[in-house]
Design a protein around this ligand. Sequence first.
Ligand SMILES: [Fe+2]
Length: 356
Amino acid sequence: MEERKVLCLVVDDEEKVRDVMARVLSGEGFECRKAASGRDAVALLNSEPFDLAVLDIQMPEMDGTKLLAEIRLRWPETGVVMVTAVSDVRTAVACLTHGALDYVAKPFEIDEVRARVRQALEKRRLIRENRDYQLHLEERVQQQAARIEELFVLGVHSLVQALEAKDRYTRGHSARVAVYAEEIARQLGLDDETLAEIRLGGELHDIGKIGVREGVLQKPGPLTEDEYLHVMEHPVLGERILAPLLKDHPIVVSIVRSHHERLDGAGLPDHLQGEAIALVARIASVADAFDAITTGRPYMRSRPPEEALAELRRCVGWQFDADCVEGFARAYPDVSLLPIPTPDVVALRQASLRRS
Ligand SMILES: [Fe+2]
């Protein structure tokens, strides 16, 4: 598409000056219209949008300063350059404070006119750009914030993928725990912002297993005491990995650190009791247990969802929070409909059990 030519308006009551100025500007590749008075100029300005107006200051009827004021008011997009006699430079300078971009003193040098006009157009471009920038600043800040959040979530997902590549038994586990935990929290009436944090906490709760030895993670069959304690370092490792990244997400960090606490104080890592365990961690603990029971572990066969729910209820009061378990039951009135476990997890688990 051909770019539109710069459209200039030359206003001067002296025909000769008008023509010379128009010729200079045309030589610059601009398109020019000429007006012999302020009134003619206003008529032309009304008919099309000018990029630039070059105004003589001393004209009968409407002089250049009045025309400048009119242009600033009605056509603020039009840049203005004043042309003045050397004797009236003071007026020209005053025009600058009223919005003219520059001035040229008569008799003018052609090169000077060219330079001043170019500069004036550049100034106009910068003013407009700056204004647009200010207008869209808020929009840009929002876009940047959304992008940062997007990158953060992508980073988080690669962490989860790294873990799931290492620990095949937890493939899909993080995603399911995230969904269950969010649904429990919804039943408990938590707000949307907290729900989003809980979902993220669910996805990340086992991230510390990245620091657990593979031989232990993959071991088919029961773990020794030492191996169990090594695996159970993952909440603290996870917190250590995520805390610097998640300074603004204390809920997520709390889920990562405390999802293996138990109401009776026998949990890890802090042996917290009852409500000393954050509600979000009590929620995650129920979601985590339900998925572990229904998908099985190397040392434990999977059990159907109905049995898993019964097991959660059996452990209410000493391991799990009653409200969280009942929240889960309300979220899934028919647990048998839950699409679990995923086929590849079943196949992997059965292969592993056959080996053991
Ligand atoms: Fe865990």
